[in-house]
Ligand binder design. Structure first.
Ligand code: HEM
Length: 554
């Protein structure tokens, strides 16, 4: 998943006063013009929502983005106003929040009508340069060509040969866990292990091997080499949510490019991180691609990117340029590593909360090991993965801008403030829409009255797993977690396979549980992805008690 924001310090810290004042003046004029233009045209002001008595400067965004646990206000608004409501952005801009299935499906599947705002694409461009997938126009010729070429690498047949290497990495992680268990204070029954960072290292190593045929050794070295580190630093840039970051993201598109370029030369921490990331990733990607040029299509040595390089050599039409391939490498590492690690973290968190269910999942995996059954046949494990992705979607929110006037279909009627009952919603060009992935995933009309309960059995008894029907949202089990349409997550199959392999290695070896007070010390919080934040330290972490199921070496 690729959602990147830059903190406000790109615009703020340590600038000469003149530059700052100039920026503020220009922004004010541009914003005023823009808001006057947008507000004059909107129909959405007749849509009810939590818009009374909110801050003019920040609107409802702090409640939406900074509340803990994530969704505290969002789910309340959904209950009160339904699956379409209006809320306020910065400078009192009217925004739409949508979790209605028909509307979401329409938005995802209408690539020409809806895409990231220029703001979001520009931030992707700042980080990864112009040819990276998220910075390209949704469904446009270049986006389609690059995505087609890479989709061919993410098929089940191409991913399957990497299962043994994923297992090896997971076993190393299990050894690390055992080591931590043996090193714990023996007299302290509550000595917990931080699972979060270990899982980050596991997914770094997996994407290294599967994506690029490279060994990052993050599990063994507790962090990996400078490639992994520089990518982690960029991820961290976007993971400090604050009011000033919210404001900064709103203002960035209105700052004239020339001023932004000047700012990108200033010696701030953000700029230094970006520059070092670009230098490291550029050198890394170029070397990687050169090494892959001699590989044959059926080799797995260069990972999935190596496959794209070698199959591209033989193409007569739709061939990708060197930079069109190399720009995706760093983006894959950013898009695929942290997202999957967080999904795995929530999977273990949810297992620790439900010990009886955990035992059932473990029993199933152990029995299947004896019969060499395939990962897809592990019903309880897959039910647990689906429920984790439903309940804790790593990217709980995304946004789209309407690029043309259009009409959104609705699954359920909406009563406007003026009392009209509408069954479709006219949208004006320029309207910003927040798509509530987490809200849709908890919509009681879709998931039943227990939508707000983590209940993996719903997938075992087949109540909701209707397969991937044409009217489903997204590629997997009618979940919005990987979005859908032209901007659908490229790596969803890899993410699922990673979750299956890592969990099927760890769960039979360890029992996971919470020590006293540990369960309440973790809060799902939004920092571009859904992170487990320790409320004491304010840092991402998940501390669990681990108990080996067999004696060491057994
Ligand atoms: C559990 C793990 C993951 C989740 C929940 C996830 C979720 C998402 C979401 C929600 C988007 C759409 C973002 C938007 O439109 O705002 C996305 C896009 C994307 N994801 Fe993932 N992702 C995961 C893992 C991966 C992996 C492993 C990779 C690749 C190595 C990957 C590569 C991408 C790419 C390239 C896009 C951009 C697609 C485009 O803009 O056309 N993701 N992902």
């Amino acid at each position: 998943m690729v959602q990147i924001a830059l903190p406000f310090d790109l615009l703020n810290a340590a600038h000469p006063w003149t530059l700052t004042l100039l920026t503020v003046a220009i922004c004010t004029v541009l914003l005023a013009r823009r808001l006057w233009f947008v507000r004059g045209k909107l129909h959405v002001r007749d849509i009810p929502g939590p818009v009374d008595n909110v801050s003019w400067l920040y609107g409802n965004l702090p409640e939406l983005l900074l509340s803990r646990p994530y969704g505290k206000f969002e789910f309340q608004w959904q209950e009160q106003y339904g699956s379409i409501y209006r809320f306020k952005g910065c400078f009192s801009e009217d925004l739409l929040f949508i979790s209605d299935p028909a509307a979401i499906r329409y938005i995802f599947n209408s690539a020409k009508l809806f895409d990231f705002s220029p703001n979001r694409s520009f931030i992707a461009f700042l980080i990864f340069e112009k040819e990276c997938i998220p910075a390209l126009r949704n469904g446009g010729e270049v986006h389609r060509r690059i995505k087609n070429a890479f989709s061919a690498a993410f098929t089940p047949a191409r991913l399957q040969p990497y299962v043994p290497v994923m297992r090896d990495i997971s076993r190393k992680a299990a050894d690390k866990l055992m080591q931590k268990y043996l090193e714990r204070e023996p007299n302290d029954p509550n000595a917990a292990v931080d699972i979060y960072h270990l899982l980050q290292h596991v997914t770094s190593d997996i994407i290294g091997e599967v994506g690029f045929g490279q060994q990052f050794n993050a599990v063994e070295t507790n962090g990996g080499d400078k490639v992994v580190q520089s990518h982690q630093n960029v991820i961290m840039l976007g993971s400090r949510p604050s009011k000033s970051a919210i404001l900064g993201e709103t203002i960035i598109p209105y700052v004239p490019r020339i001023i932004l370029r000047l700012m990108l030369r200033l010696p701030t921490r953000t700029v230094r991180t970006l520059q070092s990331f670009r230098a490291v990733s550029e050198a890394w990607a170029s070397a990687l691609l050169r090494d892959s040029l001699h590989l044959s299509e059926d080799s797995t040595d260069g990972g999935l990117v190596g496959f794209v390089v070698s199959s591209n050599k033989n193409l007569k039409h739709e061939r990708l340029s060197f930079s069109e391939i190399s720009r995706q490498t760093s983006m894959f590492l950013v898009a695929g590593q942290e997202t999957t690690a967080n999904a795995l973290t929530w999977a273990l968190y949810a297992l620790a909360k439900q010990p009886i269910w955990q035992d059932q999942v473990r029993k199933e995996i152990i029995e299947a090991e004896n019969s060499e059954s395939s990962l897809d046949k592990l019903n309880y494990l897959n039910a647990h993965i689906k429920e984790t992705l439903r309940f804790y979607p790593t990217g709980p929110l995304t946004e789209r801008m309407a690029f043309e006037d259009t009409i959104l279909p609705l699954s359920r009627p909406v009563t406007t403030i003026s009392g009209r009952v509408i069954t479709e919603l006219p949208i004006r060009k320029g309207q910003m829409i927040h798509v509530g992935i987490a809200s849709y995933n908890r919509d009681p009309h879709v998931w039943g009255p227990d939508a707000h309960t983590f209940n993996p059995s719903r997938w075992v008894d087949d109540r909701y797993d209707s397969g991937d029907l044409p009217e489903s949202i997204g590629p997997y089990s009618n979940l919005a977690t990987f979005v859908g349409g032209a901007r659908m997550c490229l790596g969803w199959r890899l993410a699922l396979l990673e979750m299956q392999v890592v969990l099927s290695e760890l769960i039979p070896k360890f029992r996971f549980s919470f020590g006293p007070g540990q369960e309440d010390s973790v809060m799902p919080s939004f920092a571009l992805t859904l992170l487990p934040i320790d409320v004491g330290s304010e840092k991402p972490s998940l501390k669990l008690l681990i108990q080996p199921t067999q004696p060491y070496g057994g």
